[in-house]
Write a protein that binds this ligand. Structure first.
Ligand code: F3S
Length: 399
């Protein structure tokens, strides 16, 4: 990969240790993937924030970078392993909290905006169409490439931090138009209405599209929340963090339906639901907000839960970004939800928090959460609408 004189000087240590380390990562990546040069970026989102995933080696790496490293562009974080303020109420230990705060302090020292969310586009880290960025979180990468039309690869934590330190990324993969062309079509001939329907559709398209980029027809008027859910699901069960939705996503008009086409009918949707769901015992944990809940989703939850009571045998979490929770406070939604026994889990979620072994059976609206709760946390899962999940929180069982 060609480096400018300035980039060579950074690599040689002329701008400090953290910048040199970061440039080394970016040049290695560029060489591996055949990039010709580094290109400027305007936004970074870093995954790998939970101490649960980082451990002490990850914390040491961040602490070393923080000695002389400073980010060059707007940079936010993926969810951490706990609510950074109300962690005790979520059953997090003091030891874990101490280490998690050390992780956040290291990022803060580097100049990162320590807002921990997988929906940075809802809270001020929103790139425009055509802008080059470096984001890590798979659901956010898929949303921003597809729905907004910004350009990013799915970065690992270290490469996203490196991009933030330099303000550049190697030009390869989804930064190039030729790699954003759809190569498999899906015609949707089923009623895709609710949030979990979009999750189930994402399951089907991801599982069948595998490493191809889908072009999808037959979906009309999806909301932002539905596209957020679909983005999370399609990349979890597939692999490409981009899709094109006919008449809906901005780049779809540049393309047409590929030759290979698969139809998704009611039967395929029902089979997808059956594959996502497990046989569950009594529901002990209900988690809403994957990806992190928007203010309109919290309004919907408050509206349905008002006057009800969460069962003593169930824990109900609403995972969201802290600024969204602050909006919920001003509208009275927080009080309604907490009066009913629900708990806000800001800055975190049920997948990155250290929950393994605490709950056996979980209900959620999210097909992505089902995948990780089952695989990583060894829970049995059910997916359904907000109403179904809240009913399960009231009764401790799934209907
Ligand atoms: Fe976000 Fe956690 Fe789901 S990071 S997409 S809420 S698994």
């Amino acid at each position: 990969m060609h480096l400018t004189k300035e980039e060579e000087s950074i690599l040689a240590g002329g701008s400090g240790n953290a910048a040199a380390k970061s440039m080394k990562i970016l040049t290695a990546l560029g060489d591996i993937f055949g990039a010709e040069k580094l290109i400027p970026i305007n936004s970074v989102q870093i995954a790998g924030v939970s101490y649960h995933n980082l451990g002490d080696p990850g914390l040491d790496y961040l602490a070393e970078l923080a000695i002389d490293g400073k980010v060059k562009v707007t940079t936010t974080l993926n969810p951490a392993g706990m609510d950074l303020v109300d962690w005790k109420k979520l059953g997090i230990s003091d030891d874990f909290a101490k280490k998690q705060h050390m992780v956040i302090d290291a990022f803060s020292k580097m100049g990162v905006v320590t807002c921990c969310t997988c929906t940075p586009y809802l809270v001020g880290n929103l790139p425009r169409y055509g802008e080059h960025i470096s984001w890590s979180e798979s659901s956010a990468v898929t949303f921003i490439n597809s729905v907004v039309g910004a350009y990013t690869n799915r970065e690992g934590g270290p490469s996203a931090i490196a991009a933030a330190m330099i303000g550049k990324t190697p030009e390869y993969g989804l930064h190039l138009d030729e790699n954003r062309v759809p190569d498999i079509g899906f015609k949707v001939d089923a009623d895709i209405i609710s949030l979990p329907d979009f999750g189930a559709l994402g399951y089907f398209i991801g599982s069948n599209g595998k490493d191809k980029i889908p072009y999808i027809s037959g979906i009309k008027n999806a909301t932002l929340d539905q596209l957020k859910s679909f983005s999370a699901s399609v990349v979890t069960y597939g692999s490409k963090p981009i899709y094109h939705l006919e008449d809906m996503t901005p780049d779809a008009q540049k393309h047409k339906m590929p030759a290979e086409v698969i139809t998704v009918g009611e039967k395929e949707l029902a089979e997808s639901y059956a594959s996502i769901n497990d046989d569950t015992g009594p529901i002990e944990f209900v988690s809403l907000g994957c990806p992190h809940a928007s203010i309109s989703e919290i309004a919907e939850i408050a509206d349905y839960i008002e006057g009800k009571k969460v069962s003593d045998s169930v824990e109900l979490w609403i995972a969201t970004a802290r600024p969204i929770k602050m909006l919920a406070d001003t509208r009275g939604y927080t009080k309604v939800i907490e009066d009913a026994g629900g708990k806000f889990a800001c800055d975190t979620c049920m997948v990155v928090a250290p929950l393994k072994g605490r709950f056996k059976n979980v209900a959620t609206t999210s097909a992505k959460a089902c995948f990780y709760c089952r695989g990583k946390n060894k829970m049995a899962v059910k997916t359904g609408s907000f109403e179904q999940c809240i009913d399960a929180a009231m009764n401790g069982k799934w209907n």
